[in-house]
Design a protein around this ligand. Structure first.
Ligand code: AMP
Ligand code: FE
Ligand code: FE
Ligand code: ZN
Length: 283
């Protein structure tokens, strides 16, 4: 089975690469992409961990763009993690994430829901390339006893319209696509059924978008069919995966089982087309 969307402790996943490799193996996944938010820091150790289990690692990334004040996630596959343009781009994104986490923590303090900001900042400093964000704040709210789970923390405090939401700035989708392509990668629009910018897909395809993530844990069967049809119309490739982050823990009890490892997979024929496109891009 092929799962092209997973996260590790380098961003907001709960499993380090070796535990992720075991989870992949147990779920029957034999080709796995690690796609952390705005960091490639886990890829080197993921490569080793996957090799130990006989799993093929696809080097990936999930980059946050911002359009009309809304987040748009773009996946990159077969990227060269050390490409200088990509490294600079991601370092800037992570610095912006730290500033945003500081601003959210300040807001929470004013709201009487202080969190241990120093611990979050230390995490970001100690682990090179560590990418922090709202999920880390949500976990800090749980640790401080202000929320029962990561999900509750988002619902109460961190989503747009909630009291500790802080807007972000970020690169355009076109800039993200160009950066992924310059690093030798294939760019795919992550979970378009969640992002809900169907109106913009044709323009992003013009800007060099290669693929749509038609298969995703948060997609209904109708969503998947719609994006498969859209990809065919526009001549785009298709990607898919579970978006596994590990399980949420509400005071020690797992509550989030929706995005199970290997619960959503990519058909092998689509993967072969993706790989052929990557080989062609590298010349
Ligand atoms: P950030 O990039 O800091 O804005 O955080 C966004 C990340 O938080 C997403 O990539 C998801 O992994 C996670 N996330 C977004 N919305 C929710 C939600 N409602 N509940 C739990 N996690 C969420
Ligand atoms: Fe995430
Ligand atoms: Fe995403
Ligand atoms: Zn993701």
């Amino acid at each position: 089975m092929i799962d092209l969307h997973t996260h590790t402790t380098a961003s907001d996943g709960r499993l380090a690469p070796d535990a992720l490799a075991r989870a992949a193996w147990e779920a029957g996944v034999r080709t796995l992409a690690v796609t952390d938010h705005d960091t490639t820091a886990a890829l080197a150790s993921a490569r080793q961990a996957m090799a130990a289990w006989g799993i093929r690692l696809i080097e990936g990334i999930e980059i946050t763009a911002v359009e009309s004040e809304r987040d748009v996630h773009v996946l990159g596959y077969f990227v060269t993690p050390t490409a200088p343009g990509l490294s600079r781009f991601l370092a800037k994104a992570r610095a912006g994430r730290i500033e945003r986490v500081r601003a959210i923590a300040e807001r929470l303090e004013q709201l009487g829901r202080a969190i241990d900001l120093q611990r979050l900042l230390k995490d970001a400093l100690v682990q090179p390339g560590r990418s922090i964000g709202r999920p880390a704040v949500a976990d800090a709210l749980v640790r401080a006893g202000h929320a029962a789970s990561r999900q509750h923390a988002f619902d109460e405090w961190l989503l747009p319209g909630r009291p500790a939401f802080v807007p972000r700035s970020g690169p355009s989708v076109a800039d993200v696509i160009a950066t992924i392509r310059e690093a030798g990668g294939i760019a795919s629009l992550a979970h378009p059924g969640v992002t809900k910018r169907d109106d913009a897909i044709a323009a992003w395809a013009e800007a060099g978008l290669d693929a749509l993530e038609a298969y995703h844990s948060d997609h209904s069967p109708e969503d998947t069919d719609r994006y498969l049809a859209r990809a065919r119309e526009l001549g785009l490739l298709v990607t898919g995966g579970s978006d596994f982050h590990g399980e949420d823990e509400a005071r020690g009890r797992p509550v989030e089982r929706r995005r199970r490892m290997g619960a959503v997979t990519l058909p092998p024929a689509d993967f072969e087309r993706l790989e052929a496109a990557a080989v062609a891009r590298r010349g």
